[in-house]
Design a protein around this ligand. Sequence first.
Ligand code: URA
Length: 198
Amino acid sequence: MLLSWDALIEEIENCRACPLCREIHRKVVGQGDIHAELMFIGEGPGADEDLQGVAFVGAAGQLLTKMIAAIGMTRDEVYICNVVKCRPPHNRTPEKEEAEACMTFLRQQFLLVHPKIIVLLGSTAAKAVLGDQIRITRDRGKWVEKKGFFFMPTYHPAALLRDPAKKREAWEDLQQVASKLAEVRHSAPEGSPGSPHS
Ligand code: URA
């Protein structure tokens, strides 16, 4: 069943499906254009996000903002969210059960935003969405198309901060995203959302 945004936000706020909610300050639902063509999915809130209730506002978030700018867009023009909506203690990777408990919310966000292109930031997001077989170092930069949606696994900005040598590959992945965006906009039927004449 497709929820309204208000109902979804209420369900997330009230969720007690896994232990992560016990130690948090705020849930982090996601931000940006709820009709965006481009969606970014990260892993889960860190300390700054947990305090502010906003996704990707810490150091990794600032780099993500630059990555979005590198394809000529702003944070307000895309939708940004995470696999888990509660901060895992000490920023550990969410357990599989925690990610699974939160997937129903990510699915609803995906259905509501209905993006054309989804950038999966890092292993947790790529595995949660595309399956456990995904290896980010092997599979980044390769499109996965499912039911007309285009998924691009790439490095998480926190990984780029830890290892700046990975930035070149991440930038190449983003160029592919920019090209695909131009392609899907171009092929949108006239008058439809995304068409230059709508
Ligand atoms: N890392 C993430 O995966 N998500 C955030 O919101 C912040 C840091």
